[in-house]
Design a binder for this molecule. Structure first.
Ligand code: UFG
Length: 329
């Protein structure tokens, strides 16, 4: 029996592979290496380079490796990019997920875990935002993920499989042992960008919008450590295997930090005062989004270990320094 991880050579996927291996699971990674790296996949896992929409390949893998669960990370994740390339996002995130779900149903894979997002809520009417809030995505990215959630909901009702959709808030940090981390080229995520500015990879960074209706005028987000996030997936897998059924749950801590608070935390942890420039709003950005995190804790008995912004920043920074050292060699 093994677990198929799509996008397992990417940032979150590679942490998931480690989490599964640490728990003694057999892991097959399917990744086309468009943004991921083969070196990010540990040797103990089987890496297959290919596309999730290649049904012949996917179904061969499912049968050959006796896959009982698919954890689906492969997809595009940059909110502003989805605004300028909506069809690319609907193709990668929705159409290709349809193909993968179809393969799962056809081969009788009983469990499916989907990497969803807080972007399905848009700018919620209240926060923290619970799973039953209305879904009002404000970007093609959010819509593309919402559509996949709906396909899973309806397919699970019609066929013999369970799914867990985990709605991620802002995933950051790196494996505390630095076995992997966020290595994406041209990354746009706040903590990653700030850490790249510390190591000198960037000369400065920008703050996108200081005129939002928030205490300091910058957007508020709920930053969650990647290792806690993948642990929630592992617990979700265990829950489904023991008959817990389908579940939709937020993955965040329930703490909101503004862009300026995050930048100050990075300056403080790194003891570096880097150049920060104020820019206009970025398309597709929600004003403030913070998780109501109870369902994940209750249903999965999830006990986060790194619920602390400075800890997240420390791990992200350590990884960034490791990457910078590697690039100098
Ligand atoms: N930001 C800056 N400067 C930067 C980068 C980001 O000011 O250089 C700001 C953004 O404008 C935003 C905030 O920092 O206000 C967070 O932006 P990120 O790019 O780090 O993350 P997003 O909130 O846009 O999106 C992320 C994931 C999504 C997920 C979402 C959930 O990419 O997958 O968090 O809140 F859905």
């Amino acid at each position: 029996m093994s677990v198929l991880v799509t996008g397992g050579a990417g940032y979150i996927g590679s942490h998931m592979v480690l989490e599964l291996l640490d728990h003694g699971e057999d892991v097959v990674v399917l990744d086309r290496l468009s943004t991921g790296f083969d070196w990010a996949v540990p040797e103990a896992a089987t890496l297959v380079v290919g596309d999730i929409a290649d049904q012949t390949l996917v179904e061969e893998l499912i049968r050959k490796h006796d896959v009982d669960a698919i954890i689906h990370f492969a997809g595009s994740i940059v909110v502003p990019e989805s605004v300028s390339d909506p069809l690319g996002y609907y193709l990668n995130n929705t159409v290709k997920s349809h193909s993968l779900i179809e393969s799962a149903v056809r081969c009788g894979v009983p469990h499916f875990i989907f990497s969803s997002t807080a972007a399905v809520y848009g700018s919620p009417a209240r926060f923290p935002v619970g799973e039953d809030a209305e879904l009002r995505p404000e970007s093609p990215y959010g819509t593309s993920k919402m559509m996949t959630e709906l396909m899973l909901r309806d397919s699970a009702a019609a066929h013999d499989f369970d799914y867990t959709a985990l709605r991620y808030f802002n995933v950051s940090g790196a494996d505390p042992q630095l076995r992997t981390g966020q290595s994406t080229k041209g990354a746009t995520h706040l903590i990653k960008v700030a850490c790249e500015t510390v190591t000198g990879k960037r000369s400065h960074m920008e703050v996108f919008g200081t005129d939002y209706e928030t205490p300091d005028g910058t957007c508020v987000r709920d930053y969650i450590h990647v290792s806690d996030l993948v642990n929630a997936h592992y617990l979700a897998l265990r829950r489904m295997r023991s008959g817990g059924g389908s579940l939709v749950a937020n993955c965040g801590y329930g703490n909101g930090y503004s862009v300026l608070e995050v930048i100050n935390a990075v300056k403080d942890v790194s003891q570096t005062d880097f150049d920060v420039q104020i820019s206009g709003r970025r398309p597709g950005d929600a004003v403030a989004i913070v998780a109501e995190a109870e369902r994940c804790r209750r249903e999965l008995s999830w006990k986060p270990k790194y619920d602390d912004l400075r800890q997240i920043v420390t791990h992200a920074l350590n990884w960034e320094k490791k990457l910078a050292g590697r690039n100098r060699q």
